[in-house]
Design a protein. Structure first.
Length: 313
């Protein structure tokens, strides 16, 4: 049996792990006999978070680790490519590492595959969606009680964005949409989650927009916050997921999105809008029924088995 050693973010912030660490734990839980925490035992080394290419496992020097990689089959998962980061040279060392040590690249969606193909990394590319096993996310019927718990006015229209304010996420587009809704007479409250939300926080304070901000809170809290929302907005220019699309499907949260990452693959086309013509958000109609139906196959045990067999034959 060929073993798999997985490298994720390897970090814990405010008692919450990044998505790649959670995916690693889920994979190991489902395939304990195929995974190992001893790199020398592994046939495959899987960089599920390839930006962590500088990670050196305990007990190895850098030279020893790189020598070991040369003797293994290395798989690098690429979630998305941010064109602005390429121009700024922020991918240079990561791509150099992949060219030298990876045997193949795993892309998590067709859009990412198209972006990778432009880079001439000269590695075979396997396109395979990530699986869904998220028991922490589910719909809660007592929404009025939840809103009372979080101090949300019962007459407010509550919008959420649980990502960060990096340039690729286009927080300025999210802000424009919120302002447009307010300008059209809606009583808006915003719930933010995640780190590095200062751009939106500063602007909300300056403009007097009511909001709540949660950092790296427990997943149980995030699930409750999803269930408080009237609408979730993905305003990103570049995405591999975002995982929030999956989480909205699981919590039955109405969502609209730009045409990024997995959004065109799983969401109703009528739920999408153009990031370069953001006012088209007005024509986007949430359809969580179609979204939930479309992701259902990612929740099956058969899909996770198929995923493993394709990436690690």
């Amino acid at each position: 049996m060929e073993k798999i050693y997985i490298i994720s973010d390897e970090i814990l912030i405010d008692n919450q792990k990044w998505i790649c660490d959670r995916l690693k734990e889920q994979f190991i839980e489902y395939f304990p006999e195929y995974t190992t925490n001893q790199p020398e035992e592994a046939y495959y080394i899987w960089y599920i978070a390839p930006w962590n290419y500088q990670y050196i496992p305990e007990g190895y020097t850098e030279t020893e680790w790189l020598d070991l990689l040369k003797s293994k089959k290395v798989v690098a998962t690429i979630h998305h490519i941010d064109a602005s980061k390429i121009l700024e040279g922020k991918y240079t060392r990561q791509f150099k590492f992949i060219k030298k040590y990876a045997n193949k690249i795993h892309s998590i969606c067709p859009q990412t595959t198209r972006d990778i193909e432009k880079l001439e990394l000269l590695k075979p590319i396997i396109t395979k969606y990530l699986w869904v096993t998220e028991p922490q996310f589910y719909p809660i019927k007592q929404k009025n009680e939840l809103r009372l718990k979080y101090g949300i006015n019962e007459n407010s229209f509550v919008i959420g964005n649980f990502q960060n304010d990096k340039k690729s996420k286009s927080p300025e587009i999210f802000l424009k949409i919120v302002l447009d809704m307010i300008g059209n007479g809606r009583k808006i409250e915003v719930i933010l989650c995640g780190r590095n939300r200062q751009f939106l926080i500063d602007n909300f304070k300056k403009l007097g927009i009511k909001f709540q901000n949660y950092q790296m809170v427990p997943l149980e809290t995030i699930n409750e916050l999803y269930n408080c929302l009237d609408l979730y907005i993905v305003s990103s220019r570049y995405e591999g997921g975002p995982r929030s699309i999956i989480e909205c499907a699981l919590t039955r949260t109405p969502i609209i999105s730009t045409r990024v990452g997995i959004a065109p693959e799983f969401m109703d086309d009528k739920s999408l809008f153009d990031v370069e013509n953001w006012i088209t958000y007005k024509n986007a109609i949430p359809n969580v029924d179609i979204l939930s139906q479309n992701i259902a196959f990612l929740e099956t045990k058969n899909y996770l088995d198929e995923f493993k067999n394709v990436l690690f034959p």
